[in-house]
Design a protein around this ligand. Structure first.
Ligand code: HEM
Length: 396
């Protein structure tokens, strides 16, 4: 549907957070290559364009960051921030971290994740209402990262608060690039861990040998270990927390699906995929353009910033039948974990967290509504999701 006014999209516009999808549909159809002159960036929104661009790191570089305002601030980022690097250095750093995200290590976390869910859901058992984000979503992902890193349980809330403070922007706001890496909190833990090595990610990071980009075999410096910890904490926290919020919201909006999942929990993993497609917690990813490139007959000049809108690609009718229908039985193949060299290293962990949380919530609370008037949705420049999601429990 074309309207008289040319389509205008401002990724910092907080008012768009509630329902950005009609605007994304207009971008896909009316401006498949979009340019915003106020914030000086390009954007593409069709599935094939996002896939092509995100897979092509030579043209669409991550070396200046993957967040629009970080790219535009043109700051020097320390080595080891693999999200903000290109191959070949990126691949060396990623291989090192990937060794630690093995399927075995992730699977081993399941009983601990379940025990954590049981513990936080216990106090709300029998309640008539509770905030799902506060009870589970806000805390669980950083706890799980703590389990992975081996942070002693008593210290974990402190680490979560530090990471949240660094990543949280005001609604519609921008990330403060001075705060993008939070290594300070992990420093004390690193010192402690050196004296108490164990079977955890931090110990392995300190002791893993690898060949660096100069061909030298070595272990990571303390500073590099801290950067890695901070990258994992930054990438895996709010993204996964918001997924749990979307689960709560969509299960209230689609009660028949919720009943289906209660009757057959084996459908939960595919439901998580559909939630990730339908409401991706990270709606878009930015890149720096290294050489002139064409989309739909228009040129994006070298030196530009471009946004790949995965949330729009996930609903491209060229790729998905009836894309605005929430259907937990479809084979999703969404783009919410990225594409290519930077494909999310924590995807298996995020899926596991989503599955375990969904199982534990549905087992205790098979029927709920959301108090929509009290619920609060927020979009920052990196994530979109519920800050507050009060569930009203039926049959409590
Ligand atoms: C629902 C939850 C999550 C979503 C939607 C998500 C999404 C993404 C996306 C889109 C990227 C690619 C960014 C880019 O191309 O610039 C990415 C990268 C990454 N993610 Fe996740 N993520 C989630 C959870 C996690 C978790 C739980 C962890 C770890 C504990 C994690 C660790 C990482 C890392 C280390 C990278 C960088 C990979 C690289 O640059 O090679 N993520 N994630």
């Amino acid at each position: 549907m074309t309207t008289a006014e040319p389509v205008y999209w401002d990724p910092f516009d907080a008012a768009l957070a509630r329902d950005p999808y009609p605007l994304y549909a207009r971008l896909r159809e009316e401006a498949p290559l979009y340019y915003n002159d106020r914030h000086d960036f390009y954007a593409v929104s069709r599935y094939t364009d996002c896939q092509r661009g995100l897979a092509d790191w030579q043209t669409f570089s991550s070396a200046r960051g993957d967040i629009l305002e970080i790219i535009q601030a043109n700051i020097e980022l320390p080595p080891g921030t693999l999200i903000f690097e290109d191959p070949p250095v990126h691949d060396i750093h990623r291989r090192l971290l990937a060794r630690l995200f093995t399927p075995r290590r992730i699977a081993q976390l399941e009983p601990q994740i379940r025990a954590f869910c049981e513990r936080v859901l216990e106090p709300v058992a029998g309640a008539e209402r509770f905030d799902l984000v506060e009870a589970v979503g806000a805390e669980m992902p950083m706890r799980v990262i703590g389990m992975l890193l081996g942070i002693p349980e008593a210290d974990q809330p402190t680490y979560r608060d530090r990471t949240d403070a660094a990543l949280e922007t005001e609604d519609g706001g921008r990330i403060d690039h001075e705060e993008i890496l939070i290594t300070e909190g992990f420093q004390e833990y690193l010192e402690w861990r050196k004296k108490h090595p164990s079977d955890d990610l931090m110990t392995e990071l300190m002791t893993a040998e690898f060949e660096d980009e100069t061909g030298q075999r070595r272990t990571l410096t303390d500073e590099e270990v801290l950067t890695y910890c901070s990258v994992v904490a930054g990438a895996g926290n709010e993204t996964t927390g918001r997924l749990i919020g979307w689960f709560g919201a969509l299960m209230a909006r689609y009660p028949e699906t919720r009943r289906e999942l209660v009757a057959d929990p084996s459908l939960i993993p595919n439901a998580i995929e559909e939630i990730l497609r339908f409401e991706p917690t990270g709606p878009f990813t930015a890149r720096y353009v290294t050489k002139d490139v064409e989309f739909h007959g228009g040129t994006v000049p070298a030196g530009s910033a471009i946004l790949f809108i995965q949330a729009a690609a996930n609903r491209d009718p060229r790729r998905f039948d009836d894309p605005d229908r929430f259907d937990i039985h479809r084979v999703s193949q969404h783009m919410s974990f990225g594409v290519g060299a930077h494909y999310c290293l924590g995807a298996a962990l995020a899926r596991l967290e989503g599955k375990v949380a969904a199982e534990e919530i549905l087992r205790r609370f098979p029927d709920w509504e959301v108090d929509w008037d009290a619920a609060e949705l927020a979009q920052t420049s990196t994530v979109r999701g519920w800050k507050t999601l009060p569930l009203v429990i039926r049959g409590a």
